[in-house]
Design a protein around this ligand. Sequence first.
Ligand code: ATP
Ligand code: MG
Length: 433
Amino acid sequence: MKILLPAPVLMALDQLERGGHEAFVVGGCVRDSLLLKTPDDWDICTSAMPDEIKACFSMCRTIDTGIKYGTVMVIIDRMELQITTYRLDSAYSDYRRPDQVFFTPSLQEDCRRRDFTINAMAYNPKGGLMDFFGGLDDLNNKRIRCVGDANERFAEDALRILRALRFSSILRYRVEENTAFAIGNNKQLLKRISVERIACEVNKLLMGDNVERVLTEFAEVFGVLLPEVSFCTLRKDVSGADVWKHTALSISKAPLDLPVRLALLFHEIESDPPHSALAARRTLKQFKYDNDTLQKTVSLVENQSIYIENSNASILRQFKRFGSDIFINLLELREACLKGRQIDREQLNLVIACRKKAMEILSGDYCWSVSQLHIDGNDLIEAGLKEGVKIGECLDLLTDHVIQGYVKNKKEDLIRYVMNILDMDSQTSHIGH
Ligand code: ATP
Ligand code: MG
């Protein structure tokens, strides 16, 4: 078994060994390498104590932020490496992080504290793969299995429940039987985990290939995070489909876009879109999502049922109303939703055709917002717009008329056109009064 390590990683291992210490790459990077994926980062574990790590890298820049837990960040050739002393984790009183860290001289002990067998392997070029808990076998059999007693491991740290589901979703792995059973036993402990950490795992989980299965198989876990889910599993929607199954299938059909997938998660969580949108807002606030994700998601849930027509003018009107990106997200949501229902082929074709047209419009020379008009407020004033007429409303109206094709988006045409309207208007109604 050979893993190709980047030069800075090899240098770090070598430097620690020259100092008389053991050193291995460990965890996610070993797992990803064995899966022939490029790891995001390379974590190193070592028998060296934190001050010894620093002594080995006196010629490099080191950062001490994690030093309390035994981690020193070393920067070699601009690569940031987390180097951590072998450690055990003691009792977890707040269900979040270890109270205290105990260092150990044993690599095996360091691997034992890790969550799943596939994440508990270490490697270095001399020693080869160090696999104390059958990680390679589980990798080959596509299994998520706890290191040690699953019940104890989830009770120590309930975030591992969501990590298990996240890996199952992303890697398309089954959760091994005992591990799955222990997840069911300990799911209530998720209530003690910080909302930010939960959201981070859920976001990753929603993007996985196996998301449909994970959501349906572990619906009870999601019911702890979001009580409405438990009702969804019992409800049927207007088409007679099981709401939660439909939700899970729809998400799996959507593009890898977080607001779209979150919106699908909430789209039928209540009996109608306005109530579902309220539930989405409340939940995303509770889980401290950033404002941009929250606004987009809520808007998608709220407007999920807008009228869709396959014409340039209609699409331009929707672009103006929602913004092009949100409207395209709405089409993506609708498409995923219809694919998750598998009955209305005609509607689905319409939505797909609309999305195609919307993309063409987006890359073409079209106008759907005031900022794209080829005149602005100053042009209107110069043209002698009468006092009292509201410039903003005038530009907005012009945009509508460009969309409808009543006037071309050309400066002279627009000015002539607006003056004509205002002349006529002064005898009838009153723009801006
Ligand atoms: P990725 O980085 O792809 O999200 P990862 O497995 O590398 O996945 P990290 O959070 O980077 O996850 O953690 C690195 C390693 O630390 C893991 O592979 C695992 O060995 C260990 N680990 C992380 N979180 C926990 C936890 N909650 N309980 C036990 N071990 C953990
Ligand atoms: Mg990692």
